[in-house]
Design a binder for this molecule. Structure first.
Ligand SMILES: Nc1ncnc2c1ncn2[C@@H]1O[C@H](COP(=O)(O)OP(=O)(O)OP(=O)(O)O)[C@@H](O)[C@H]1O
Ligand SMILES: [Mg+2]
Length: 365
């Protein structure tokens, strides 16, 4: 699966750009503030209906404009999909796939599995469990057709349960909801656990290449005590939940634990090594997706050269290429990428003040 065409209109500093994309590695280069990250952000926006940089979607609309439009043509297994998105400053969003309006943004995400690696991706390792849960759920969502529905139900029931807790009702009044919650929580947990297990198998080989002799362990924690079943826990913890005003344990607290020996990875690895670990996790996800549902991801790698020496740039580019996926890489200087490649990128774009030009026949010096 890959994008063959991309049109960007009124998105950040890009007034209008029409790009013919390549199947493998697309290199986007230009000076600071030229619009490189904005191109990746536009692709992400098209796949997710939101930005990876800002939680305020109207910020991506070009200043003094009322809307933005994005269009991409995607080829998959001999089929062509035309995806169009229009986002208004008012908040409205319109998405069409092959001319048909779609109602749920998850349809978009399902169509375009996107992997992002940015200098901010470290947050996956440093910040709270939310980012890591989203990481697990990306895989669970794409590889298991029951996950989205089950997780949506869990969140809905939890919202309702938390409201009851705020109203300080008795346990008998939440019991009915707990039955449903337990059912879907177990389903969500099983899917996540299975996914992390498969991911670990793919991850091993990549970590051995990126971080040889570093004993990285990745494990899943489900969000409540591993020795207690969820039903008993919900019942015995009810007074605690009442005091807190929300459900304190459950699948909404699940996490991915990353350790080197007994230390959390952020205390044991250098910045370059942490970047490689994040890349390894994302590459493993892409490879697993390909293996499990024969679908390629699209990789958006912002500022790939930063923090990495020449050898590790080369290793990373090699591993990314091995996924067989379409890859978009940004860099300030093109040589920081081309010098690490055996063959030139399939496409090369230069960005200057939001204007994108294709570099014909990108040859190595
Ligand atoms: N809503 C907007 N309307 C117009 N311009 C915007 C908007 N939001 C951001 N910009 C501008 O877009 C420009 C491009 O930003 P972008 O982050 O894509 O640059 P970049 O090429 O990735 O730079 P760097 O190498 O520093 O990462 C910036 O100068 C920024 O000020
Ligand atoms: Mg940038």
């Amino acid at each position: 699966m890959s994008l063959s065409r991309l049109h960007i209109d009124r998105f950040r500093n890009i007034t209008n750009a029409q790009l013919q994309l390549g199947d493998g590695l697309n290199l986007i280069y230009g000076q600071n503030g030229s619009g490189k990250t904005s191109i990746l952000e536009a692709i992400y926006f098209l796949g997710m209906g939101r930005s990876f940089r800002s939680h305020l979607s109207q910020r991506v609309i070009q200043n003094n404009q009322d809307d933005l439009t994005l269009f991409a043509q995607m080829e998959q297994a001999e089929q062509v999909y035309k995806i169009g998105l229009r986002r208004f400053r008012s908040g409205d969003i319109q998405v069409k796939i092959n001319g048909d309006k779609i109602k749920r943004l998850s349809t978009l995400a399902e169509t375009l599995p996107i992997q992002v690696i940015t200098p901010e991706s470290f947050s996956l390792l440093f910040e709270g469990p939310k980012a890591r849960r989203q990481f697990i759920d990306w895989g669970a969502f794409h590889t298991n057709p029951h996950f989205y529905d089950a997780w949506t139900k869990v969140r809905r029931i939890l919202k309702h349960r938390n409201q009851l807790l705020k109203n300080e009702v008795s346990y008998q009044q939440v019991q009915h909801w707990d039955k449903e919650l337990i059912r879907y929580a177990e389903l969500v947990t099983d899917i996540r656990k299975q996914y992390v297990g498969s991911l670990n198998e793919r991850l091993k080989g990549i970590i051995e290449e990126f971080l040889p002799q570093v004993d990285v362990k990745v494990s899943f924690t489900r969000g409540w005590d591993s020795k207690t079943d969820y039903q008993t826990l919900l019942e015995t913890q009810y007074p605690r939940d009442l005091a807190a005003g929300h459900t304190t344990s459950g699948p909404h607290k699940a996490d991915l634990r990353l350790r080197v020996g007994t230390l959390p990875v952020q205390d044991a690895l250098s910045r370059g090594q942490l970047k490689l670990l994040v890349c390894a996790l994302r590459i493993a996800q892409g490879k697993l997706l390909k293996q499990q549902i024969d679908k390629n991801s699209i990789y958006l790698v912002d500022d790939l050269p930063s923090e990495l020496d020449a050898k590790h740039r080369q290793l990373l580019l090699q591993q990314l290429s091995d996924t067989g996926a379409q890859i978009f890489v940004t860099a300030i200087e093109p040589a920081a990428i081309t010098d690490s490649l055996g063959t030139p990128p399939v496409k090369m774009f230069h960005v200057e003040h939001g204007r994108v030009t294709v570099i014909e026949k990108p040859l190595r010096e």
